[in-house]
Design a protein around this ligand. Structure first.
Ligand code: RP5
Length: 155
């Protein structure tokens, strides 16, 4: 993520990855404040064994796109809700990449943070039968919770 302040959003990614038993690391790497670290991080990602990068950032959210520019690994961008423009700035900064350098762009805020983890799980599950089963279980349990939930005040 681009800043310590993004952790309140990105913790939902980490928690979902943990729930699915997916090993991961959480780091602050800023496209603007630590650009050399960003280049090193993205450059060395494959060699260090990373398979998918989830990059959360807000405002002028260049982290996911710059990360994608430096690695062929899948990069999933989470637009963090900004205080000034509610995350629309983050979303537009991440989504409109030039042809040739894709970033998968999720929803603004908590939903996007959770879905980034689930999308990473889907990608990883293509080559991991155990994870595929855990992901299917996660989804069926979610469905059961929704079906079991009565609407408050309605029989
Ligand atoms: C972005 O600027 C970060 O991703 C963060 O969402 C935003 C604000 O950062 P702070 O000023 O809170 O550190 O680079």
């Amino acid at each position: 993520m681009g800043s310590q302040s993004d952790w309140a959003t990105m913790i939902h990614t980490s928690e979902t990855l943990t729930e699915l038993g997916i090993g991961h690391e959480c780091r602050v790497v800023s496209a603007h404040r630590t650009p050399d670290l960003l280049f090193d991080y993205a450059d060395s990602a494959e060699q260090r064994g990373l398979a998918v990068i989830i990059a959360g950032a807000g405002g002028a959210a260049h982290l996911p796109g710059m990360c994608a520019a430096k690695t062929h690994l899948p990069v999933l961008g989470v637009p963090v809700q900004s205080s000034m423009l509610s995350g629309v700035d983050s979303l537009l900064s991440i989504v409109q990449m030039p042809a040739g350098i894709p970033t998968g762009t999720l929803a603004i805020g908590k939903a996007g943070a959770i879905n980034a983890a689930l999308l990473a799980a889907s990608i990883l599950s293509l080559a991991d039968a155990g994870l595929r089963q855990r992901l299917k279980t996660f989804r069926s349990e979610q469905t059961e919770r929704v079906l079991a939930q009565p609407i408050p005040g309605v029989l």
